[in-house]
Design a protein around this ligand. Structure first.
Ligand SMILES: [Zn+2]
Length: 102
């Protein structure tokens, strides 16, 4: 595919990062002028990531003895059927911490 903007470069599939949101996306980028174009599938994937980001909740860390506690909002408590004394599993990935209720 030739670049529709400069007509010189070749459009190559590559991954890039939205700096302010930290969202990774895939697009075609011109090897000559740097123009970026997305196809419908790539757009849909990116839109889905933004939708997910909008559902994100900000949490505040609190002190609990020598540990740090996170307050879980009541709608999430209900959605995942959480209660005091129940167990879950905490895992780490490159983006952060994930809690999976058991
Ligand atoms: Zn170009």
């Amino acid at each position: 595919m030739k670049c529709p903007t400069c007509q010189k470069g070749k459009m190559e599939k590559r991954k890039d990062l939205m700096e302010q949101d930290g969202i990774e996306f895939e697009a075609y980028k011109c090897s000559a002028c740097g123009e970026e174009i997305m196809d419908m599938k790539q757009l849909k994937v990116l839109a889905g990531k933004y939708r997910k980001l909008r559902h994100a909740k900000e949490v505040t860390f609190a002190q609990w003895g020598n540990s740090i506690a996170v307050r879980i909002p009541s709608n999430i408590v209900e959605e995942y059927n959480l209660s005091v004394g129940k167990h879950g599993i905490m895992t780490k990935d490159k983006e952060g911490i994930r809690i999976i209720p058991a």
